[in-house]
Structure formats: C-alpha cells, structure tokens
Design a protein around this ligand. Structure first.
Ligand code: SF4
Length: 342
C-alpha cells in the first residue's frame, strides 16, 4: 500500500460574516497517496476551493478552520501556526491558481522567478539554479527554454504562463501540488495541453496532485480518484472509472450530462443542472441537492442520507441508494458503458 501524503478528516471551515456563519466546508474527508492524483469536482460554491485553501491554511478573515484534521505526512497542519506553515507552503506543498498572471511578478523575468524558488528551497548556487530552471522549463514543455528563460511574463502566452507557474511550483520538489482550476482561464486547446502536461508530470516526478475543477470533463483521464462536492459536503467518491462509468449520485449524473463529449451522438445535448446551490448560512437539513434533484423524495428534505458503499473507496450519499428506496429509473448521463445506478 502506498504511503498517504495527505489525509483530511472531517474538515469544517466557515466564514463568519455579518449575515451569519457561512458553512463552506461541512465535514470533508479524503486522502491522497504518493504519486496519486485526486480530482475535487463541484460547481462554484461547493466548497472545493475552500477545502484546498484550508489545506494551505490560506483561508483569510473572516474564514476559519472550525474543526477536523489535515494530516500531512502524519503532522496536523490544522494545528500549525502561520510561521510554521511558511516552511510547508512552497517547500512541501505547492499551489497553482486559475490565473497565472496574478501569481507571476510582472517586473521579474520568468527565469528569475524560477531561480529564486530553486535557491530558496534547494541548496544550490545561482549558476546551478539557472541550469535547473532551464531543465524545469524544458520539463513543462516551453520551447527554446535557454532563450525563453529571460522573457518577462507578458512575453509568454496564457498557456505558457501556466506552464511557467507549474515549473515554479515543481521547482521546490513538493510532495503535493494543488492545482485550483488551472485551465479555466485558458482556451480549450491549451486546456487540453495543460491537462496532458499534468498527466505526464504525474509519471515523471511522482508528486501527488490535488486537481480542483468545476468541470468533470477535465479530470476524466488525469485523476486516479475523484470526490464530487456539493453544498460543502462530499456527495460521491470513487475511482475515475467508477465516477465516469457508474455514477451513483444524481448530482454526479447531472455533471455528467453537462460535459461535451464526442461519443454522445447526434442527440447528445448538453443539459445544465437547473437551479442554484444552497444557501450555506442556513444549509438544508436534508440532502443539500434536494431543491435541484429530479428524484427528490419527502425524506430528502428532512434528513441527510448516510453513505452507501459500493466497494473500496466508492460511496455516495443519496436516499435512492438506501435498501428500502423505491425503484427509480435514473438517467446517469453515461453515454457508453454498462451502467446501473441502483
Ligand atoms: Fe436526490 Fe434525494 Fe438523492 Fe438528494 S438524497 S440526491 S435529493 S434523491
């Protein structure tokens, strides 16, 4: 069994606003093993980004980690001070964001920014750091890295800037890379290239990756396992195979129907999920998806369903999966594959 790099247990993070407590993350658990890629998928407001910011302890005021454990190689990050976290961020855990332009410093060359990261985290001199920076640019697929290293961020395209950010993040040789919507600001072709790059890097550098996205389609062949979040809770978890070919939760099925796919055929229309996410100041007592779920029953609004397990690491929280639930024909949104959601 592979070593667990990070284990999050019952994480709860809230924002204490003048309107009340926004319960953004309401008890989330997962783990990521060495070299594994975990996808955290959900719409905006599902709690996925707050989960990643909690791991980095970058939740800013009025937000606060309320409870839970964030065990990073056995040490609880939730208990670390801001000062102690300085040696974790960048060094052991790196993060890349949606818009690389906000993370890159426009007045320094790309090379200087990578070299600075290398010198700060590895015991090397300036010349060796420059060599390593060129190697990193080559690793992330920047053409003519020996010349491009002296370019400024504005001289790079959006896709190249994201590649440069990935190079900076990896230059610290982190155990864990968190990529929060890394392709959202990029056009579709570049998105595919960046995802391909992350997939290649997973094999080359053995870094564990948490990939956060609103787009289930993005994680299809990059992630080993996926958690689907909604209303601050995990609705379903499983291997990428299980989530894509046998989704069990109506919310996952809804996300499936909203992915553009080549194999969908002529009638493969994209169907957005109607409605809006729940108010997390007063989260619903029952299933958070009940107001938007086409299969909602009376009990769904009254009580939160427990998790039904389907195998190791595959489970979903839905009353339809309860042994006493009525037989309902569900549209899983899966185009191919032998699917039976019950
Ligand atoms: Fe829909 Fe009920 Fe299942 Fe929630 S518990 S997803 S409302 S059927």
């Amino acid at each position: 069994m592979k070593e667990k790099i990070i284990e999050v247990n019952n994480l709860q993070t809230s924002f204490y606003t003048h309107l009340g407590e926004v319960q953004a993350v309401r008890g989330v658990s997962f783990n990521v093993a060495k070299g594994e890629v975990l996808g955290i998928v959900g719409e905006s407001g599902s709690g996925k980004s707050v989960t990643s910011m909690s791991i980095m302890k970058l939740v800013s005021y009025p937000g606060k980690i309320k409870s839970g454990e964030i065990l990073f190689r056995g040490e609880d990050l939730a208990k670390k001070t801001d000062k102690e976290m300085l040696s974790v961020r960048g060094d052991k855990i790196s993060m890349i964001f949606q818009d690389p332009m906000t993370s890159l410093n426009p007045v320094y060359t790309i090379g200087n920014q990578i070299i600075e990261a290398i010198i700060r985290h590895q015991n090397v001199g300036k010349d060796e750091a420059r060599e390593k920076a060129i190697e990193m640019l080559k690793l992330v697929g920047i053409p003519s890295p020996e010349e491009r290293i002296d370019n400024y961020p504005h001289e790079f395209s959006g896709g190249m800037r994201q590649r440069a950010m990935i190079a900076i993040a990896l230059s610290c040789e982190p155990d864990l890379l968190i990529a929060d919507e890394p392709t959202t600001a990029l056009d579709v072709t570049i998105q595919a290239q960046i995802m391909e790059l992350l997939k290649e890097l997973k094999n080359k550098v053995d870094t564990s990756i948490i990939l956060i996205t609103h787009d289930l389609g993005v994680v299809a062949d990059t992630c080993d396992k996926i958690i689907v979040m909604y209303g601050g809770l995990v609705m379903e978890r499983g291997s990428a195979q299980e989530i894509f070919y046998t989704p069990k939760h109506p919310y996952t099925m809804g996300l499936m129907k909203s992915i553009p796919r080549l194999d969908a055929g002529d009638d493969g229309r994209l169907i957005p999920i109607p409605g809006t996410p729940p108010d997390l100041i007063k989260p619903p007592t029952g299933c958070p998806f009940s107001a938007r779920c086409p299969y909602a029953m009376k009990i769904c609004t009254q009580e939160m369903p427990g998790y039904t397990k389907f195998g190791e690491g595959n489970e979903a929280a839905c009353w339809l999966l309860h042994k006493d639930a009525p037989e309902v024909e569900v549209d899983t949104g899966v185009v191919r594959g032998d699917v039976n959601a019950k």
